[in-house]
Design a protein around this ligand. Sequence first.
Ligand SMILES: C[S@@+](CC[C@H](N)C(=O)[O-])C[C@H]1O[C@@H](n2cnc3c(N)ncnc32)[C@H](O)[C@@H]1O
Length: 285
Amino acid sequence: MINATASTPENDTDPLSAHNFERLCKFIKGYCGITLNASRRTMLEGRLKRRMRAVAIDDINEYARIILEERGPEIEAEILHLMDAVTTNKTDFFREPSHFDFLTKTILPEIAASSARHIKIWSAACSIGAEPYTIAMVLDDFCRKHSALDYMVLATDICYQSLQKAQVGRFPGSMVEPVPEHLLHQYVMRSADGSEVRMSPRLRSNIAFARLNLMDERYPVPADFDVIFLRNVLIYFDKPTQLLVPTRLCNHLRPGGYLVLGHSESVSRTGLPLHSVANTIFQRR
Ligand SMILES: C[S@@+](CC[C@H](N)C(=O)[O-])C[C@H]1O[C@@H](n2cnc3c(N)ncnc32)[C@H](O)[C@@H]1O
């Protein structure tokens, strides 16, 4: 239970002060890398107010003070909720489909032709799971045809609520429209009225979900991924962080492994040991 100092009728409706907005932005950026500018102030206030209702705090400046100035297990837990509130979790199945074409037509055949027997892919900002389930469908379908191969997908995100949804693997029926028919047929179960779908247990058993903050200095995950998907998250970070995170991720790619970014993201001309092999796909030297 978070202890707020008593609010007065006036401060119930006070907006977030400019000073507290600035301090919160700095705190959020340091914690999870997300850069908020003045245009995001209304968005932040709206999301904080939702959180404040959950913890029964009326005064937004008091909520900010608690987050910024108090410490202890309850505040640490509240900070995780705050991070859930500030992340943007938009995602889709087969988002940016050229990446999955490259995976199917170039990366997987290359692995099948090598001596490797186990494919390891990391979805490093997996949101509610559309990305790792898409990857798992493609891998599972490929491995069925190449019986000597098996696979695992690691799916991580900073947002607990998203990870919980991802783990359950239930989605609105309309979300799977981009999934090709032959994969839908194998891996997606539809509710009687078609309004909801569920990913097959077979896919779910091949995906490990975990919370991981890309701002952490070390990532407690294997060092030899074949492919890392880091899509549509660098856009929320500032320039130094846009370099820092891929630099750390390089340590988790095997030589010859691939880093896949979102279509508006790049690591070209950064000096990282990566070269471009397709649109926003980079290979580790
Ligand atoms: C727009 S979604 C992209 C989801 C998916 N990669 C895609 O392209 O469809 C961005 C995700 O990045 C996550 N994120 C933001 N900052 C993060 C951080 N510091 N560490 C890990 N995940 C983060 C958010 O929680 C959100 O789920």
